[in-house]
Design a binder for this molecule. Structure first.
Ligand SMILES: [Fe+2]
Ligand SMILES: [Fe+2]
Length: 168
């Protein structure tokens, strides 16, 4: 059993992961509209990852005899000015999620919920990976600047990403 505070915080994180999925779907739509199909497909994989993050917490809440309560999702942003602007806001979003995970871990420690703390460590590691993968795209875009040949080279590279369910 989990206490009320942890249950509420985990439910809130389910919403945050679903929102991230929704935001990246909006980014995928932006790239599709610009015919940057590699970026679009990369984002589509990220949508699946975020859905996986949400479901993993969903399952955990159920495993601990908690009740999952789904809330409304906020309207995601759209209409960015450039591929760089899209990736920059994605990176910022992941940094925000990292802060949320850290707060969750603090909450688990305060409530002396060691099981929740252990569960959340998976997310601590995952956020390092997430910030690194968005950060790498950001760095490459910065390198090519306004060079459209460079942008298309990155687009081809981005197309190679496939969804692999993260290790449990
Ligand atoms: Fe996530
Ligand atoms: Fe990931």
């Amino acid at each position: 059993m989990m206490n009320k505070k942890i249950k509420k915080a985990l439910n809130n994180q389910v919403n945050a992961e679903l929102y991230a999925s929704y935001l990246y779907l909006s980014m995928c739509a932006w790239f599709e509209a610009k015919s940057l199909t590699g970026f679009a497909s990369w984002m589509r994989v990220q949508v699946q990852e975020e859905m996986f993050h949400a479901i993993k917490i969903f399952d955990y809440i159920n495993d601990r005899n908690g009740e999952v309560v789904l809330e409304a999702l906020a309207k995601p942003d759209s209409g960015w000015d450039s591929p760089m602007a899209v990736i920059e806001s994605a990176l910022k979003h992941e940094q925000k999620v990292t802060a949320m995970i850290n707060d969750l871990v603090n909450c688990a420690l305060e409530e002396r919920d060691h099981a929740a703390n252990q569960f959340l460590q998976w997310y601590v590691a995952e956020q390092v990976e997430e910030e690194a993968s968005f950060g790498a795209v950001y760095d490459r875009l910065k390198l090519v600047g306004d060079d459209s040949a460079g942008l298309f080279a990155i687009d081809l590279e981005m197309a190679k990403r496939v969804f692999v369910p993260p290790a449990p």
